[in-house]
Ligand binder design. Structure first.
Ligand SMILES: Cc1ncc(COP(=O)(O)O)c(C=O)c1O
Length: 463
C-alpha cells in the first residue's frame, strides 16, 4: 500500500514534472524512469498489465518516451515501427507537425472552455463534419472517448424513435462502458457484468436478414426497436468484412421499421479503410454515426456523434418541431471536457491535413502495397499465415492458433515492429499503421514479417 504523505507526494510530483520538462534525460534519469515504471505499474496501476505487455515484448522494460512520423521511441532512442497505430489513432502519423502547430496555437490561447460562453471551435468543427460526412448528417455532439460517443448514439436512438430495444451483432466491439458493453458481441468482455441493458438482441454479423427477423419478432410481441448498431467492418473481432450490400440492406430494413441506423465508425472512419468513411464504400448514410480515434490527430482525444436532423427534431434534443423546441439541449449528456477547444483544434487541423493530403486515397494505395506483400507471404508460408484480409490500411493476418499468432507478434516485436492481436486473442493480428507510413517502411515491415514467419514456422513444424 502507498502510504499517505503530502510532503513526499510534493517532492515526487516535482521530480516527475522535471523529467517531463527535461529536453534530454541523463543516463541515471533513464534508468530511474525504467525502474519506476515497473514498480508503479506493479504497485499502483495493475500488475496484470505488465504481464500482458511482457508477453509480447519478452522484456517489460521497454518504456515509450517519444514518437514521430511512423515510429515510437523508447527511453534509449530505440525505434519501433508502428503497425498498430494505436488501433487507428495515428492516421496522420505520430506528432504530426502541422496538427501540432494548430494545437500549440490553441493551447497558448486557451485550452478548455468556460462552459457558458459560446466556444467557436466546436461550431467550426461541427460545420466541417457536416461537409465531410454522407447525406444529411448534420448535428454533432462531442465526447472524449469512443464508448462515451456510443452511449450518446444509443440514447439519441431511444429519444428519437421512442423504441427501447437495440439490435447489435455477434463479435461487435463498441467500448466498455455499461451501455456500450451491453452492445458488445464478445462474451469474454460481458459475462462479469451481466445483467446489463436487457433490451439487446445480438444477430449474426454480415447477415441482414437476421437483423430483419429480430426486429420483426420483437414487433410481433409488442416491442419497439430504437436502434441497430453496427461497425461497417468489425475491427476488434479481427477485421471482419461483411458482404457488399450488407449496409444497404440494413438501411432498407431500418427505414421500413422506423429504427435508427447507427454506424460505429470509430475505427473505420476518417480514411482508415480507403474511403473517408467505410459507409461511403456502399454509398449508405446512417441516421447516427460515431467517430473517434483518428479524430485526435494522434494528439488530443476527441470523439463524438453526428446525426440526421430527424433524430434531433423527434427527440427534443434542441431543434425540436412538434412543440419540443429547445426542450433540453443537454438531455443527451453534458460532458465537462467534451468538444473542448484544444481537442476541436486538433480535429479541425486533422480534417485539413486529411483533405489536403488525400489520406483516404493514400490509405487505399498503401493498403494495396501491404496486401500484395501479404499475398506473397501467404503463398510462401500457407500453414503459418493461413489467411489475411483488409480494406485500405485496416488489415489482419490469421494464424492456425492463438499461440502461433502470439509468437509471430513477438518475433515482429523483436525486429522492432509493433502489431497486436485482439485484446483476448492473437490468432488474428491486426495491422493498422499510420496512413502516412512511408513505402520504404512498409517494405521493411514485410521483410521483418517474412523472417518472423520463417522463424515461427520452423519452431512449430509448419514450413
Ligand atoms: C468500433 C469501436 N467502437 C468503440 C470503441 C471504444 O472506444 P474507446 O476505447 O475510446 O472507448 C472502439 C475501440 O476500439 C471501437 O473500435
Amino acid at each position: 500500500m502507498t502510504e499517505r504523505n503530502m510532503q513526499k507526494a510534493l517532492e515526487e510530483a516535482k521530480r516527475v514534472v522535471s523529467l517531463i520538462e527535461s529536453d534530454a534525460l541523463t543516463e541515471d534519469q533513464k534508468k530511474a524512469i525504467q525502474t519506476d515504471s515497473i514498480a508503479n505499474f506493479n504497485e499502483n496501476v495493475n500488475p496484470g498489465w505488465l504481464e500482458y505487455r511482457k508477453s509480447v515484448s519478452t522484456d517489460a522494460a521497454f518504456v515509450e518516451w517519444e514518437d514521430e512520423g511512423d515510429v515510437f521511441r523508447d527511453l534509449n532512442g530505440v525505434e519501433f515501427i508502428d503497425c498498430l497505430g494505436g488501433f487507428g489513432i495515428f492516421a496522420c502519423g505520430h506528432g504530426n507537425p502541422e496538427i501540432k502547430k494548430t494545437v500549440m496555437a490553441q493551447l497558448n490561447r486557451y485550452s478548455l472552455h468556460s462552459q457558458e460562453l459560446v466556444d467557436p471551435l466546436r461550431g467550426y468543427l461541427a460545420n466541417l463534419l457536416g461537409m465531410i460526412t454522407p447525406g444529411d448528417l448534420q448535428y454533432c455532439f462531442f465526447t472524449n472517448g469512443g464508448a462515451e460517443a456510443v452511449e450518446m448514439a444509443l440514447k439519441l436512438a431511444r429519444l428519437a424513435t421512442g423504441g427501447r430495444w437495440y439490435i447489435s451483432t455477434v463479435g461487435a466491439f463498441h467500448g466498455k462502458s455499461m451501455g456500450a458493453i451491453s452492445m458488445g458481441g464478445k462474451g469474454a468482455y460481458r459475462e462479469d457484468y451481466i445483467p446489463m441493458i436487457q433490451q439487446v438482441q445480438h444477430v449474426k454479423f454480415g447477415d441482414a436478414e437476421a437483423a430483419r427477423v429480430a426486429i420483426e419478432n420483437l414487433e410481433a410481441v409488442g416491442e419497439k426497436v430504437a436502434g441497430l448498431i453496427v461497425e461497417p467492418i468489425q475491427g476488434e473481432a479481427g477485421v471482419q468484412i461483411p458482404p457488399d450490400g450488407y449496409l444497404k440492406a440494413l438501411r432498407e430494413i431500418c427505414d421500413e421499421h422506423g429504427v435508427a441506423l447507427i454506424f460505429d465508425e470509430i475505427q473505420t472512419g476518417l480514411g482508415r479503410t480507403g474511403t473517408m468513411w467505410r459507409c461511403d464504400h456502399e454509398g449508405v448514410c446512417p441516421d447516427i454515426m460515431t467517430y473517434g480515434k483518428a479524430s485526435s490527430g494522434g494528439l488530443v482525444p476527441i470523439t463524438g456523434i453526428i446525426a440526421r436532423p430527424w433524430t434531433y427534431e423527434k427527440s427534443g434534443v434542441g431543434t425540436g418541431v412538434e412543440g419540443k423546441m429547445f426542450d433540453n439541449p443537454w438531455i443527451l449528456g453534458s460532458p465537462t471536457f467534451g468538444g473542448n477547444p484544444l481537442a476541436c483544434a486538433a480535429f479541425i487541423s486533422t480534417i485539413r491535413y486529411m483533405l489536403e493530403n488525400d489520406l483516404p486515397g493514400l490509405s487505399k494505395q498503401k493498403g494495396e502495397r501491404y496486401m500484395a506483400g501479404l499475398a506473397k507471404l501467404h503463398e510462401k508460408y500457407p500453414k503459418v499465415l493461413t489467411t489475411y484480409r483488409g480494406a485500405g490500411m485496416l488489415m489482419c493476418m490469421e494464424f492456425p492458433t492463438d499461440e502461433v499468432g502470439h509468437e509471430v507478434t513477438k518475433a515482429l516485436f523483436a525486429r522492432n515492429v509493433m502489431t497486436a492481436g485482439t485484446l483476448v486473442n492473437a490468432q488474428t493480428v491486426r495491422i493498422e499503421p499510420p496512413l502516412v507510413q512511408a513505402d520504404e517502411t512498409i517494405d521493411k515491415v514485410l521483410v521483418a514479417l517474412d523472417e518472423a514467419l520463417a522463424e515461427v514456422g520452423e519452431k512449430y513444424g509448419l514450413l
